[in-house]
Design a protein around this ligand. Structure first.
Ligand SMILES: [Zn+2]
Length: 476
C-alpha cells in the first residue's frame, strides 16, 4: 500500500463504471449507481478485469478516478471493503493498494453447541465481523440446537429452521462459505443420552461414543447428516466430525470387528461411508484428524475428496518442543502431550517464551521421546519431525503425512480452547501464538488449504471477536 493524502475529503458519491462481469453483482457495494448523477463531488470507480491472484485486488486512486482490478467477485468484494475503510478514514488519498490473502481458506468456528447462550443475532454479528475482516469460511457446529425435523427428540434450544437456509444465504452474500458440522462417532452425547438410542452406545454407561458396527448407528448417523446437508444446500464442504473416538472396541460386536480389522479399519469403514454420502451430493467431506492419526490405516477407507482438518492447540512456535504423539498414545500409553526430558535437565527451558513455558508446564510431560514414541511411531512419523528432533520438532508435523497419503489439509488452532483461563480471563496470548503458528506453518507448507480457528466452552460470544480478528490477520 502506498498512499498520499490530497488534503481533500472523501468524495460524497462514487459513480461506478463496471467493465468486469465478475464485479456486476457487487456494484452497489462500491457506493453509487452505475450511471451516477454528475455531482461535482463525485469520483468514478472503474471496475476492470485483472489478473490478480484468487481473492486478490488492486486499487489505484488517482486525482479524478479510482480503478479497481480483480480476477473474480471475491477480489472485488474485498476491494469494496477496503474502499469502505478508506472512506471511513475521511480524507481522499491517492496511490496504489495491491492486496491478496496468503491462505485460501480462512475460517472461524461458530459453535452453537458450546456457546449455548449465542442466539441468531449474535451469530449474525460475528458473521458481519468475519466478512469485514475478509475471512471466507465459517464452520458451524449445532449439536442439539440444530432443528432436526425428522429427529425432533434430539433438539434442545434448537434454532428456527428458517435460520439455517437464511443464514447460509446471508453468509454467502458476504463471501462466507458456511461449512455445517455434524458429529459422528464421538461427541454424540446430545443424541445418545436419549433412552431410545441408548443401545447404540459403545459403552452402556457413557453417552459420548456411538457404536460404529451397529447397523442402526450407521443409519442414524447417515440420517442426521442428511438432515444437516438438506438445510445447507450451498457451499462446497460438509464436516462429519470424527474426533476423539478413543474407546472403539468396548462393545462385544466391535471387539470382534477390531480383532479382524483393527481399530483403524472399523473407524475408517464407518467414516468412509459417511464421507461418500457427502461426495454423492457433490461436496467435499471434512473430518477431524486425531482419530485417523492415532489409527492411520483408517485413512485407506476415506475417499480422496476428503479433507483432513488437523487440530493442534498447543503449537505456539515452529519449531516446537512439544509433540502430540497421537498414534503412540493410542498404542503404547505414552503421554498424550510430551517434550523431551533434556529440556528439564539442561535448564534451557528458561530460554523459551513465557507462552511456550506455560504450555509445557500445564499440558506436556517430560519424556525420553525416542524411546517413548516407539519404533512403529518413528517408522511412520520420524521423517516429519524435522532435524532438531527430539528437542525441537516441526510444528504440526502431520500436515505432510496426510498430504503424502493424498489428502488435502486444513489446520485448526483454537481461539478458545482447553479451558485455558488465567485469573478468569481466556489465555489469549497463547491462542494468538497458536493461530499465528498455524498460519505460518500452512504458508511454509505451501499446499495446505488454510486454517479454521475453533472456539469451545460456553462463553459470552463477544469473546470471540479477538481470536476471529487475529485469525483474519494471520491468514491474510
Ligand atoms: Zn460397538
Amino acid at each position: 500500500m502506498r498512499l498520499r493524502d490530497t488534503g481533500r475529503p472523501w468524495p460524497r458519491k462514487l459513480r461506478v463504471d463496471c467493465k468486469s462481469d465478475a464485479a456486476a453483482a457487487l456494484i452497489a457495494r462500491f457506493g453509487g449507481s452505475p450511471s451516477g448523477d454528475g455531482d461535482v463531488d463525485a469520483v468514478t470507480v472503474e471496475l476492470i478485469a485483472g489478473d490478480q491472484p484468487r481473492e486478490g485486488y488492486a486499487i489505484d486512486l488517482f486525482e479524478d478516478r479510482i480503478v479497481v482490478a480483480a480476477s473474480e467477485d471475491a477480489g472485488f468484494r474485498h476491494a469494496a471493503t477496503t474502499l469502505g475503510e478508506l472512506a471511513a478514514m475521511g480524507g481522499y488519498r491517492i496511490g496504489r493498494i495491491v492486496d491478496a490473502p496468503s491462505l485460501s481458506i480462512r475460517g472461524f468456528h461458530l459453535n452453537f453447541e458450546s456457546y449455548r447462550r449465542m442466539g441468531i443475532d449474535e451469530a449474525h454479528r460475528l458473521l458481519t465481523a468475519a466478512a469485514k475482516f475478509k475471512l471466507n469460511a465459517i464452520l458451524v457446529e449445532y449439536g442439539p440446537r440444530f432443528p432436526y425435523a425428522e429427529h425432533p427428540w434430539v433438539c434442545d434450544r434448537a434454532l428456527a429452521r428458517g435460520d439455517g437456509g437464511a443464514r447460509q444465504g446471508a453468509a454467502a452474500a458476504r463471501g462466507l462459505s458456511v461449512i455445517p458440522l455434524q458429529p459422528s462417532l464421538a461427541h454424540m452425547d446430545y443424541v445418545l443420552r436419549h433412552d431410545r438410542v441408548g443401545h447404540l452406545r459403545e459403552r452402556p454407561d457413557r453417552a459420548n461414543l456411538m457404536c460404529p458396527t451397529h447397523e442402526e448407528s450407521r443409519r442414524l448417523a447417515a440420517a442426521l447428516l442428511s438432515e444437516v446437508m438438506d438445510l445447507h444446500p450451498l457451499g462446497r464442504f460438509v464436516h462429519i466430525g470424527g474426533d476423539e473416538a478413543r474407546k472403539i472396541g468396548a462393545c462385544d460386536r466391535c471387539r470382534e470387528a477390531v480383532r479382524a480389522q483393527g481399530v483403524g479399519g472399523v473407524i475408517g469403514e464407518f467414516l468412509g461411508r459417511l464421507a461418500r454420502l457427502v461426495v454423492e451430493r457433490g461436496k467435499r467431506p471434512i473430518v477431524w484428524d486425531d482419530t485417523l492419526c492415532a489409527h492411520p490405516d483408517a485413512l485407506a477407507h476415506l475417499p480422496k475428496e476428503t479433507i483432513i482438518q488437523y487440530w493442534d492447540y498447543l503449537a505456539v512456535a515452529d519449531p516446537t518442543p512439544v509433540l502430540i504423539p497421537r498414534m503412540a498414545h493410542a498404542r503404547y500409553g505414552a503421554p498424550r502431550v510430551a517434550h523431551d526430558w533434556s529440556w528439564a535437565v539442561t535448564g534451557k527451558a528458561g530460554r523459551l517464551s513465557d507462552v511456550q513455558r506455560a504450555v509445557i508446564r500445564r499440558y506436556s510431560r517430560p519424556s525420553r521421546l525416542r524411546r517413548a514414541l516407539g519404533k512403529d511411531f518413528l517408522a511412520k512419523f520420524r521423517r516429519y519431525l524435522g532435524d532438531g528432533f527430539p528437542r525441537w520438532m516441526t510444528a504440526l508435523p502431520y500436515i505432510e503425512f496426510y498430504q503424502d497419503r493424498g489428502f488435502d489439509v486444513i489446520t485448526s488452532p483454537t481461539g478458545m480452547g482447553n479451558g485455558d483461563m488465567t485469573d478468569g480471563t481466556p489465555n489469549f496470548a497463547r491462542f494468538e501464538r497458536n493461530i499465528i503458528t498455524h498460519a505460518g506453518r500452512c504458508r511454509r507448507n505451501g499446499k495446505a488449504l488454510g486454517i479454521i480457528t475453533t472456539a469451545w466452552y460456553d462463553m459470552p460470544p463477544e469473546m470471540l471477536y479477538q481470536p476471529l480478528i487475529r485469525t483474519a490477520m494471520a491468514a491474510w
